[in-house]
Design a protein around this ligand. Sequence first.
Ligand code: NAD
Length: 284
Amino acid sequence: MQYDLQNRKVLVTGGARGIGRLLALGAAHRGARVAIWDIDAAAAERVSREIHRTGAAAEAFGVDVADRTAVKAAAQSTGEIDVLINNAGVVTGKKLLEAQEDEIERTFQVNVHSLYWVTRAFLGGMVERGHGTVVTVASAAGLVGVARQTDYSASKFAAFGFAESLRAELAKDSTGVNSLVVCPSYTSTGMFDGVRTRFPLLLPILRPETVAKRALDCIERGESQLVMPRLARTIPVARAMPVRIFDRTMNFFGVNTSMDGFRGRATRPADRAEQPDGLTKELK
Ligand SMILES: NC(=O)c1ccc[n+]([C@@H]2O[C@H](COP(=O)([O-])OP(=O)(O)OC[C@H]3O[C@@H](n4cnc5c(N)ncnc54)[C@H](O)[C@@H]3O)[C@@H](O)[C@H]2O)c1
């Protein structure tokens, strides 16, 4: 079912940078009023100003999506939402024995628990009005486990399961509300700086502009799942193989060496805040 973003109100969590910022800019460019939630209130405000400069409407809120009380308060201030994009996420990129306990907990609080707090704050209104979309930004790491991602990959498997169960629940009750799960592989936002791909043609490091545009297209087309790149769509099929062969196949494609050079965002504190010319056009 077509769900044009024109005149919709769209909330993007983690909308201050990376894919979230581009989702916010792109949604605004397609005629939506945008609310940006981010733990970095100043950066969220900068994106809001970027959107204002294009003549569209936007509001920024400093919110930690892992904090249930903060989410409830921010939801009150934000008001009704037509499209909720659960995008905020974090990664540690450490081996199981090297990660701190609080880092592991934080991964689940931000990448998983927040899905419940934020979605519960807005879903009732969508169901009452008989329309809306809940987008869960999971990951290709929600389809396959990856060395140095025991916390991150597990959190994204959970996000995938959340979105799929929600889709079933919403359809069963004929609510008119859609659940879309977005599973990109590595994307050049800074979050996964240092990762590498063995076959760049088959498994390229994605551009965040491409991911954001495809996700916005999927919302507008009422689709339920976006897995990028195309080769990643074969992962569930590959699971029909014996585990030993599956593991060898993933090793062959370099999945388990991809994180060897991981540095993450720590190496890139100053993000691209400015909007390159023609960016919003690309997101349309
Ligand atoms: N970059 C990738 O390679 C990649 C690949 C697949 C999936 N993803 C997923 O896409 C989403 C966006 O990733 P990105 O690469 O744009 O990341 P990013 O680090 O560029 O941006 C994430 C944003 O989320 C915000 N954030 C973090 N914790 C928060 C919290 N507790 N409350 C509110 N905001 C918070 C950050 O301040 C930041 O603005 C994440 O869920 C990520 O897991 C990323």
